[in-house]
Design a protein around this ligand. Sequence first.
Ligand SMILES: [Zn+2]
Length: 300
Amino acid sequence: MQTSGKENAAITSAEGMVAADMVNAMTVDVEDYFQVSAFEHHVDRGNWDSIPRRVEPAMDRILDLFQSRDVKATFFTLGWVAKRHPELVQRIVAQGHELASHGWEHARVSSQTPQQFREDVSRTRKTLEDIGGQAVKGYRAASYSIGPEQTWAWEELAEAGYQYSSSIVPIKHDHYGMPGAPRFAFQAVEGRLLEIPVTTLPLAGRNINCGGGGWFRLFPYAFSRWALSRVNTREQQSGIFYFHPWEIDPDQPRPSGLGVKTRFRHYLNLDRMYNRLERILDDFRWGRMDDVFLLNKESK
Ligand SMILES: [Zn+2]
């Protein structure tokens, strides 16, 4: 969905330029607050079923918000969540959104063997398709855990029937990242699987994540808006934005024993998130990953 620069109508505002005809991809990683990778040593997977879940009410607020803005998005959903909330999955599909896979139970690719990974992504895809009744084309790795050592995962995804992955961040980070990887969509398995990295902006010699997550809560909104506008107008590229249901849930229970860095990253500015989402939804145009990035529209 690229357009020529000359035809690009742009609207101006006090904060800069926003490309009026560039569509970005809005994405949500559908998981509960206790399933994030940063909590894996504090909340045992075996205990997940004993913890009251909060994902569904948060998701309903998100679906209502998207509906109020007439935004269609992509929901990378855990198989574990889908199995326990089938009606939520069906609501996602019924409202015109794209259902995609976030793996079964948030195991990082870097913690799995190719065999385990193959089973995980195949099982998740089948479960989502059975419940949602819609072909599942996209995959996002837990915690963007396809790094330089996990490029084998792309072939496995293509084998399992996925058409695209959005599982890398071309930055250097202590938990994830593939520094030096392309910043925009590329053929990870020629002709079979597209990798669509999270949006970054090169700034002062390094790539800065400007596609959502904790960075969106850390930086002032004006920075995020400026960064995404720059990708749209200067580079003429669509961006990706991602967030999680637990990011709009400041009242979530807080497990004990978390380190300072984890607490900072997980809880920072949760109370401002919903309002910032409203602003970014209003300031840019948004669509589903498959509509924005896949050329093969007839396979929908
Ligand atoms: Zn996740």
